[in-house]
Write a protein that binds this ligand. Sequence first.
Ligand SMILES: NC(=O)c1ccc[n+]([C@@H]2O[C@H](COP(=O)([O-])OP(=O)(O)OC[C@H]3O[C@@H](n4cnc5c(N)ncnc54)[C@H](OP(=O)(O)O)[C@@H]3O)[C@@H](O)[C@H]2O)c1
Length: 284
Amino acid sequence: MKNSENKVVLITGASSGFGKLTAEKLLAAGGWEVYAASRRIEKMRGLEKKGARVIKMDVASSKEVNAGVGRIIREQGRIDALLSNAGYGTYGMIESVPLEEILHQYEVNVFGMARVLKAVLPRMRKQRSGRIVLTASMVSRISTLGLGWYASTKHAVRAMGIALRQEVKELGIDVVMIEPGAVKTGFDAVALGMLRRVKHPGDYKKYAKGFGRLLSDAYRRSPGPESTADCMVKAITAAKPKTVYKTTIDAKVIPRVLALITDKLFDRFVLSSVKKAAKKKNAG
Ligand SMILES: NC(=O)c1ccc[n+]([C@@H]2O[C@H](COP(=O)([O-])OP(=O)(O)OC[C@H]3O[C@@H](n4cnc5c(N)ncnc54)[C@H](OP(=O)(O)O)[C@@H]3O)[C@@H](O)[C@H]2O)c1
């Protein structure tokens, strides 16, 4: 039932991690009709009990995206905010990741975002108001061996987001980007699982092994989703949001440090770290 007092938000990727926690925080704060979207609706039953409206949406399907957004407009007559957050990581060397997987990575992280934006923007333009929050990443600014395809999708998100921010600024729509570093959610299990499944030619094996160990280690030491979800809530609710929220220490520091060193020094650092990790005895 429509509650005209409340603002309306659509969150994609709401069955886990950042999206789920942000939905919980908005529901707890009150004043929001939260539409929680993802493929695994059974994982959103808890949100539903707290008052969210659940939508089964694979962002790789135009039909499901358009049906989901159509339902919100039918039920509420408006969409005040979008958190376009659905995504996952395909880890593996550039040559080794199968083409179908590269295409699917783009279908979800880039074209999925395009589908949701194209469904939501006409309504926001009509309203002359709206808030669009895009989950980018620290790797929208940097890249290393082993995460090139994933990082390339987040570079695409950042480039698209900057353009959109300028295009809709005078229409009353704010575009905000979220840049987390490594954070413990469901993300690492998917990305590292992918790395294990990819068949790497012998030439790349030591890199894949070292990269996997370094990343597993980074995720073991990484923070939980709290600070990122807090930034997402700010990005959705603040009267004057920042253009970008870097939500973890690594996301704040690493791109700045890398801007100070040469590409060749960066390459040497990455290769030596990865090879050292590959050789380490008793590593997990
Ligand atoms: N955690 C990190 O270290 C990190 C760092 C930087 C950026 N990010 C980005 O943060 C976003 C959220 O990830 P997370 O860390 O919260 O990971 P997560 O816990 O694995 O959550 C990912 C969410 O995306 C949804 N999703 C995946 N594929 C989808 C598809 N085809 N259609 C619709 N929804 C889909 C998943 O839902 P279903 O599987 O139920 O569909 C899930 O709700 C992603 O864009 C990720 O790239 C994560």
